[in-house]
Write a protein that binds this ligand. Structure first.
Ligand code: HEC
Ligand code: HEC
Ligand code: HEC
Ligand code: HEC
Ligand code: HEC
Length: 178
């Protein structure tokens, strides 16, 4: 085999290895083995956004106004929990952070590499519901990463909206990359 073909074969092989790794990863997510991280306070979206029917906007208003969706400040929680179920141990733990003036060290669920730019406002104002990318968060006790967040995932949607009359997307490398 020539060097060129060898290199090509190596490339195909590593692409296949990645693809099968991706497959086992999404498979284990489906089996529930790698659902979301353990959080310092067992905050449940299923309780707040599901059962109590709170709007995503109540806590993540940044998603409509800026590139980033904010994680709510503790004052948002304490607006209810100074009183609501204040006797429960997890709320006492929450109140402990508040009284000490500490931030809750939430574990981040979603990561994009530093060379990628994403913009919530643009997607949300274009009409995509949060669930399109994040899945049925209102049914999740623990939030987990629902979409791959791989370039192929972004680009395959952008391709569909290339000629959209009101919200055309783009394939320009520099729109997504620094
Ligand atoms: C009462 C406030 C509250 C409401 C309402 C709420 N969230 Fe959250 N959300 C949080 C908090 C606190 C976290 C960080 C802890 C965690 O990951 O569970 C979070 C985390 C997330 C994350 C993961 C962020 C990361 O680390 O990458 C996503 C995605 C998310 N929320 C989406 C939603 C969506 C979609 C809705 C509406 C269906 C919603 N949230 C409603 C408070 C809220
Ligand atoms: C609009 C009012 C409201 C807001 C805002 C709110 N909660 Fe709650 N939360 C509740 C209510 C009511 C319950 C009890 C629900 C039940 O048990 O059915 C609850 C339950 C909980 C529980 C479970 C307690 C237990 O052990 O049973 C935790 C933990 C919690 N909330 C954390 C938070 C955090 C963290 C925030 C801020 C990100 C927050 N909540 C914001 C109303 C609220
Ligand atoms: C088009 C897909 C898409 C839509 C629609 C979307 N998100 Fe996201 N979200 C992402 C991606 C991608 C990330 C990771 C961004 C990063 O790491 O920079 C993310 C991250 C987050 C985070 C973590 C904080 C951050 O900004 O990195 C929260 C919270 C969140 N999203 C909430 C929401 C809520 C609430 C909505 C609906 C109002 C929403 N998202 C709509 C793709 C989306
Ligand atoms: C569900 C479809 C969908 C997904 C998934 C999606 N996008 Fe988009 N994106 C769009 C559309 C449609 C627009 C155009 C919105 C507009 O014009 O208001 C857009 C716009 C953008 C913009 C703004 C472009 C500009 O001109 O400033 C950036 C940046 C972007 N997307 C990056 C990403 C990245 C990075 C990902 C993956 C992590 C992603 N998008 C995933 C549909 C999507
Ligand atoms: C719609 C958004 C989007 C567009 C357009 C886009 N990328 Fe990406 N790209 C991403 C995201 C998200 C990642 C990080 C996730 C991943 O590695 O798949 C990425 C990763 C990469 C990587 C790193 C791959 C790795 O294995 O580390 C390279 C190189 C790259 N992109 C090049 C390009 C080039 C060249 C173009 C233009 C032809 C382009 N991208 C257009 C979103 C985009």
């Amino acid at each position: 085999m020539s060097m060129k073909r060898l290199a090509a074969a190596a490339l195909v092989f590593s692409a296949l290895a990645c693809a099968s790794m991706g497959f086992t990863q999404s498979f284990s997510v489906e089996l529930g083995a790698t659902r979301g991280p353990v959080q310092p306070i067992p905050f449940s979206h299923k309780t707040h956004a599901g059962k109590l029917n709170m709007a995503c906007r109540y806590c993540h208003y940044g998603a409509w106004k800026s590139p980033w969706a904010n994680i709510p400040a503790m004052s948002t929680c304490m607006g209810c929990h100074k009183i609501a179920v204040a006797d429960r141990p997890n709320i006492q733990k929450l109140t402990g952070y508040w009284d000490r003036g500490e931030r809750i060290p939430w574990v981040k669920v979603h990561y994009l590499p530093d060379h990628v730019k994403f913009n919530h406002k643009r997607h949300v104002l274009a009409g995509f519901p949060c669930q399109q990318c994040h899945g049925p968060v209102q049914n999740m006790d623990v939030v987990y990463q629902y979409s791959s967040l791989k370039m192929g995932w972004c680009v395959s949607c952008h391709r569909k909206y290339l000629n959209d009359p009101t919200h055309p997307a783009t394939m320009d490398c520099l729109v997504c990359h620094h």
